[in-house]
Design a binder for this molecule. Sequence first.
Ligand code: RIB
Length: 323
Amino acid sequence: MSHAASRSGILVAGSANLDFVVRAAHVPAPGETVLGREFATFPGGKGANQAVACARAGGAPTRMLLALGDDPYALPLEASLRDAGVELHIVRTRDAATGTAFICLADDAENAITVAPGANNALRAEHLPALDGVSHLLLQLETPIDAVTAYAVNARAAGVTVVLNAAPARELPTALLDALDVLIVNEGELAAITGVRGDIAAALTHLTVPCVIVTLGARGACARAQGKFHLQAAYRVSPLDTTGAGDTFCGAFTAASSLGFDLAPALAHASAAGALATTRLGAQTGVPSHAEVENLLRAQAATVNNTAALRELAAYCGLPEHR
Ligand code: RIB
């Protein structure tokens, strides 16, 4: 067994937020006030959600580097990560409060999110822990871009596979792009990063990252890797809350990759996990177990990637035919 093959651990470096969620009939338009209904708090933050998704996917030991305030908001975030089996490297700051997110969850399961990063902004390049036993580093963009870039560059130099979920979208430094093995984005993020709108295949081709995956919500996902496009139609579920579904996709994909899955089965696992995440309230509370994902994969194995679904997805992505 090679040295690289002997390590299968995942390190997630990123944000943790306490999510303040109000359910409402619809997300308010600019200047509009909406009277909401139920209110609840949930553990969230893109980094922490993805760490929980990696851990619940089973198999790969998961660690997380995160920054928290010295306040009560940090407690449920630490508890949720530890309950999922994530080993924590915490940077504790007294200068800023634990990150928070304010989420309006609409009855159509869509949301609008505003993040107050707080302590998440305390992450620095020097906080990256030793990469012994780490095969995959999973990053997002809710922490300072200089630190994210430094983590990616260091990990790449150490032979670690670097996965970036470029959310929320922003311009990406060339040094960061050059250090990536896998880039995962949604449709809006893909357009923002590439400047290519209305042509998903062209946008995917525009990037030099070896593997680029775009998640397309209820349509499915499309990847470009090694000069080829791969389509994954969406698993059919009844969505209640889409918060954290993309994070669950990223975590499950990275976990599957770290276990040696090829692109197609890794995409299937990630899509099934992301779909199941929409069926429950909350970001981390919505992340499914490995067994639930396997059940959905089995239940829809014969139907999910049917010819009509793949043809429709290919047409949406601007691909001439489904492959
Ligand atoms: O992706 C969903 C997450 O975005 C929420 O949990 C919220 O905290 C924000 O980071």
